[in-house]
Write a protein that binds this ligand. Structure first.
Ligand code: GSH
Length: 257
């Protein structure tokens, strides 16, 4: 159950995997997707066994589009049922699998977390715009947008009574935020340095076991984002493992996932 699976990304024209075996949870993902990482953090924090099939999102197989008409990862499949969207799948597995409950149960605290997530999310299109362009003028516009959300998020963290947004251990909202912070830390650490509370939070999240298990090196992130900038998406970067299908019609997908 490697956290961010190293399995090769399957593309259009390639035969799809057989359905998952009875009661096996399967994640359709992409090694560098922050939304897949959200779900993987939740699965890892709760110790939920699962297998992974990685999808080449630049050349999506038809059989994948049939599973999620939105064409996005993550998707989960179990016993013939399918769900997608990182927040929906994460909440679902948190609720139906045993283990530490990651969603905050107190309605008021949960509502405050949603406000923090909203402020953080406000800066995301700015951040990804900034990371992906080399044009100075465009970078500046994106940075202005990113800073608005970050300043609000930093203020929330300053007055937060706990080590993490969700308490003294990372919870659901922390895991929804972390994948984006990881990418900013890897590519633009100077932005994080502008916000003292975000920087402390970043360091604390980095100590969490699930975060460690799902984390890519800064160098690997930079390699992937460089491809992204030049519109040359390379998904099979770093360690790459091959699938071993037992049969094309059914049965277990045999692989270290
Ligand atoms: N709202 C979705 C966003 C997921 C998403 O954008 N995933 C990207 C990869 S990081 C994707 O599948 N992109 C393919 C596409 O948009 O065609 C979620 O939270 O799961």
């Amino acid at each position: 159950m490697a956290a961010m699976s190293n399995l090769r990304h399957l593309k259009r024209g390639e035969v799809g995997p057989p359905p998952p075996a009875q009661d096996v949870l399967r994640v359709y993902g992409m090694k560098f997707c922050p939304y897949v990482q959200r779900l993987k953090l939740v699965l890892t924090a709760k110790g939920i066994e699962h297998e992974t099939v990685n999808i080449n999102l630049a050349k999506k197989p038809k059989w994948f589009l049939a599973k999620n008409p939105r064409g996005k990862v993550p998707v989960i499949e179990k016993n013939g049922e399918i769900l997608y969207e990182s927040d929906i799948t994460s909440e679902y597995v948190d609720e139906v699998y045993p283990g530490r409950r990651l969603r905050t149960s107190d309605p008021f605290r949960r509502a405050k977390e949603m406000i923090a997530l909203g402020d953080f999310t406000e800066s995301m299109s700015g951040i990804y715009g900034f990371i992906q362009t080399s044009n100075d003028k465009k970078q500046n516009t994106h940075l202005i947008q990113a800073r608005k959300g970050f300043a609000k998020f930093d203020k929330i963290l300053q007055t937060n009574a706990h080590r993490y947004l969700c308490g003294n251990q990372p919870g659901m909202t922390d895991y929804m935020i972390w994948p984006h912070l990881e990418r900013i830390g890897a590519t633009r650490p100077e932005i994080l340095a502008l916000y003292p509370a975000i920087q402390v939070y970043f360091g604390r999240m980095g100590e969490d076991d699930a975060v460690k298990a799902c984390r890519h090196s800064d160098e690997l992130h930079r390699q992937f984002i460089d491809g992204y900038k030049s519109r040359n998406w390379v998904y099979d970067l770093g360690t790459v493992e091959e699938y071993r299908f037992v049969s094309s019609t059914g049965g277990k997908l045999k692989s270290k996932m």
